[in-house]
Design a protein around this ligand. Sequence first.
Ligand code: SR1
Ligand code: MG
Length: 399
Amino acid sequence: MTYSKFEDDAAVVAFVRAHTDQFTADEPLHVEEIGDGNINYIYRVKGNEGSVIVKQALPYIRIIGTDWPLSIDRIRIEAQVLQTEAMWAPNFVPKMYAFSAEESAFAMEDIGDHENLRFAFIERHPLPSLGEHLGLFLAETLFHTSDFYLDYETKKRAVANYINPGICKITEDLFFWDPYCDHERNSISPPVLEAAQGLWNDKALKIEVTKLKRQFMNCSEALVHGDLHAGSVFVRADSTKVIDPEFAFYGPMAFDIGSIIGNVLLNYAGQFGLAGPKNERDDYQAFLLGEIVNCWSAFHKRFTDLVAEKSDEPTMSQPDYVQTFLADVWCETVGFAGTEVIRRTIGLAHIADIDSIDDIELRAKSERWALALGREMIVNRHSISSPDALNAIALALPY
Ligand code: SR1
Ligand code: MG
């Protein structure tokens, strides 16, 4: 089958009318393409009152084109993951309305009353429940898709169902290889080149990154979101929604937790380059570090409670095992967070938190700070035993 982009607005409208009952038959619909992501096409379809979002995947990466082919099975995976997440964490994901394999597209709830977390961070919007919400989302989705909850057969069939090779290869390359060598995909600002070269020549670091890569490739622990950066989260003061699980697969729980914590720390780094009084920056950075603590605490507590309430697997439900397990997950979380911090600073896919700093020298200070923090997190993850210990490192690292 050949998959092609919706030809025009009428095709998007026809898709929505054929697959959902969100609009009346005679209601005029307006289509707007709103996607600013790297990979797919996203449309908002508005009626007289309501609206829906349509997402379409094509057999290649949108920002690169047909030179980088990518299986459209990712859209099937994304639709199924959104439905699985909705079973366990319904408040934290948009509702899925319909999926069509023929058009490699789905329609879902419009969460346009929320704003993207990346821009909320850059604007320093107050988000008092962010860490707690993310921790709960992670505990519910990761516990209920793991061996702590699923029986042996269901779990293994789920691992097979979510095999996502082309997508995982993107992460294997962009997180665990490109930033550690002089790769053509990297994007390195000239004043940061020397610091990047320091990483390329850092044998101890590269061995530790390879250990994390092995973990990413071989630890089929839970159905992870797989791309939990700030752009995949939408927020209001009282609500948090996680979108875009097209990178989902059975991987290490710590990869998700580390990805989002890495993004909090990247925004922390970007705060150094924002204008405004120092006390306001200090306050916002303190808020960010507090949300790392809140996220891990909420995850830890909810996961521990879920094991006590629902886990009957005889070995994993042994008293006290979960605390050993969570200590290991924290250690890996710190390492994966470090890889996210580094790859967003000198790899292919940068982030606005740092790239929007206009002054190249000021931006380079944030970038060098991020590289130093990321390295420390990867190499010394075994001795960074808690979120407080991690935050102490961020506070002590000179800018
Ligand atoms: C070519 S894809 C680049 C990045 O965009 C996605 O959102 C993932 O984060 C991926 O690494
Ligand atoms: Mg995405």
